[in-house]
Design a protein around this ligand. Structure first.
Ligand code: ZN
Length: 155
């Protein structure tokens, strides 16, 4: 076990902002500790020294770096995004629909959902196909809506 010599005169350079190290089991089990002082062991000679001692009094070697201001860590974040544009909203895959093509499809083949298929709305087109353009009402509404669409229009 380590040499436990509590009464050695130790370096008194107490640093106010240095916390005590975790308690060593030796100082706990020793029992004869008149003064509770934070201690540690020299990394060179293994003897007990003050926790914040800069020099070991036993072997005279420097056991700790002198207190310095902590180095300023400059974080250079190079990872800034180049994407300044908002997500593209319009025309995800289609360049826009021709209003007149859709109107003609709706007028002649609306009950078959042709204008819905033209707009890429396959599911709705199937519904039109099996309900004859929602019994003609859907086709009629679509015709009116299409009349007021710009050309080209986007679905
Ligand atoms: Zn030492």
């Amino acid at each position: 076990m380590q040499n436990y010599r509590q009464n050695e005169s130790e370096l008194k350079y107490r640093s106010p902002y240095m916390s005590a190290p975790p308690k060593s089991p030796v100082s706990q089990a020793g029992g004869s500790a008149p003064q509770q002082q934070a201690t540690r062991y020299c990394q060179f000679c293994g003897k007990q020294i003050a926790a914040d001692a800069v020099l070991c009094i036993h072997c005279g070697r420097q056991v700790q770096q002198l207190q310095q201001t902590p180095p300023t860590v400059v974080i250079q974040n190079q990872n800034y995004s180049q994407n300044t544009q908002p997500p593209y909203q319009y025309q995800p895959y289609a360049p826009g629909k021709n209003k007149w093509v859709a109107l003609l499809l709706c007028f002649f083949l609306g009950v078959l959902g042709a204008h819905k298929f033209y707009e890429g709305k396959m599911l709705l087109g199937v519904v039109y196909l099996f309900t004859l353009g929602i019994f003609g009402i859907g086709v009629l509404i679509d015709l009116i809506i299409l009349l007021f669409k710009p050309n080209p229009y986007y679905v």
